[in-house]
Every structure is written in structure tokens, then in C-alpha cells.
Ligand binder design. Structure first.
Ligand code: PGA
Length: 256
């Protein structure tokens, strides 16, 4: 069902709770100075909220996109500490929803992820919806069920056009920040299941268009093998994205 030439790979950097405005802008400039295949790959930097303005300025005039790591779905009001999608106007064109750290450490539920994804789309931004199973779930043979549940919770609120325009990141929890990446075969299999779930919900055209990344300990060492697999449309990169040269190597590996 997959036709790789129809989908532009997308590689996104998730800096997590690292870098402030100054060093974030410096890192962004270092990424921009790398010789990246912008004609073939979408490149996105997701700094912490306090770095969004500086990073957006640093990449101005380049094809690099900027993304938020977290948003709240209400537009404004008494929500201390939160950032809404309209508040990102002019700063970000992507936002991550459903990262496993938000789910595990901050209690984000499947319904929260649905609300966030809808708000991101309504604001004209591209959501990067992260899903993935824990090691216990994988060992229990529940990976497919977990992925289907997480994805369906979001898809059921979306139109086929909205799901086609979204980015999904398959991020097995046991591979995030552990140095233990999923094997290319495991990543490809899970991404195939996710694409099948999109097809079941919104039809084959939407499933063929939606971009599905792999995330979890992606590095310059393993990126070629992972990103060379059909159906894996790029990467969501944590640790390695804090080093411009390493991140650039991953972006280059995503080019078809
Ligand atoms: P990692 O993080 O590359 O450090 O494993 C990936 C992520 O959490 O998006």
C-alpha cells in the first residue's frame, strides 16, 4: 500500500527540557549551517517553549520548521503555565502531542492527545502524534492493540483529510533515551500496523499520505538502516538532536 515517493520524509528534533533561548538559537544556527537535503526532507526543530522565539528567529529564511513540544487545547484563559496553539502564531508550524514522557510523567491520556491534536490542526499547525508501547506491553504481545487504541483515540475525532495531513511518530517507550533502538524490522512492522489502522479508519488514500516517523534512540549509527526501510517516513530524534552534526547525519539518511 505504501508509495514512498508520495510522502516527503520528515525529521524532527525533540530537544526536550534542554537549551534556553541563547544556546537553543546557537544549536539552531549550527543545524542550519549543515548541508541538509532540504529539497527532499522536511526538517523541524522542537525547542522548549522559552526557546521558540529565539529558534524561530535563528532559522528565519531557511526551510527549517519550528515545533512546540507541548500545547494546551484551550485558546486562552485561566490555565497557569500552559501555552495555547494561537500563542504559537508566527513561532511554530508543528506541535508534538502524546509524547510518552507527557503520557507517563504528566498523566496525558488518549483523550487529552485527541483534544491537543484537534487544537493543533484547528490552529493550522501540523501535529506530530506520538504513540508507542511499553516493554511490558511488547513482551505480553500487546503492541498492536496498544498502538491501535492510541491511534484510534485520535483518529476518531479527525476527518480523513486531517489524518492525512498529520504526522505520526511510532516511539516504543522502551527505546526512548535508552540507547536501545527498535530493530528496523520491528519499527517497520509497527509502522505498518499504524498505517493499516489509518486505512481502516479513513481509507487507503489517507493512509498512503500520512507520514509515520520512527523515534527511539535514533543515532547516526542506526539511522540508515532504520530510515532506509519502506514505510518509515523519517524520525523523531531526542538525544542525538542536541548535536548538530549527529542530527544532520540523520536528516541526510532520511533523503530518498
Ligand atoms: P531519543 O528520544 O532519541 O533520545 O530516544 C526520542 C524521543 O523521545 O522523541
Amino acid at each position: 500500500m505504501t508509495s514512498p515517493e508520495a510522502r516527503r520524509p520528515i525529521v524532527a528534533a525533540n530537544w526536550k527540557m534542554n537549551t534556553g533561548p541563547h544556546d537553543g538559537a546557537e544549536l539552531a544556527r549550527a543545524v542550519a549551517a549543515e548541508n541538509l537535503p532540504f529539497a527532499q526532507v522536511d526538517v523541524v526543530l522542537c525547542p522548549p517553549a522559552t526557546g521558540l522565539t529565539a529558534v524561530a528567529q535563528a532559522v528565519q529564511g531557511t526551510p527549517i520548521g519550528v515545533g512546540a513540544q507541548h500545547v494546551y487545547w484551550e485558546s486562552s484563559g485561566a490555565f497557569t503555565g500552559e501555552i495555547s496553539v494561537p500563542m504559537l502564531t508566527g513561532l511554530a508550524s508543528y506541535a508534538i502531542a502524546g509524547h510518552s514522557e507527557r503520557r507517563q510523567l504528566f498523566g496525558e491520556t488518549d483523550l487529552d492527545v485527541q483534544h491537543k491534536t484537534l487544537a493543533i490542526l484547528a490552529g493550522g499547525l501540523t501535529p506530530i502524534v506520538a504513540v508507542g508501547e511499553s516493554l511490558d506491553q511488547r513482551d505480553a504481545g500487546a503492541t498492536l492493540t496498544v498502538l491501535r487504541t492510541q491511534i484510534t483515540a485520535v483518529l476518531e475525532a479527525l476527518s480523513p483529510e486531517q489524518s492525512a495531513a498529520s504526522v505520526i511518530a511510532y516511539e516504543p517507550v522502551w527505546a526512548i533515551g535508552t540507547g536501545r533502538n527498535a530493530s528496523p524490522a520491528q519499527a517497520q512492522e509497527a509502522i505498518g500496523w499504524i498505517r493499516d489502522t489509518v486505512a481502516a479508519a479513513h481509507g487507503c488514500p489517507a493512509a498512503e499520505r500520512v507520514r509515520i516517523q520512527y523515534g527511539g534512540s535514533v543515532s547516526p549509527e542506526n539511522c540508515e538502516e532504520l530510515l532506509g526501510r519502506e514505510g518509515i517516513d523519517g524520525a523523531l530524534v531526542g538525544g542525538a538532536s542536541l548535536d548538530a552534526a549527529k542530527f544532520a547525519a540523520i536528516v541526510r539518511a532520511a533523503a530518498p
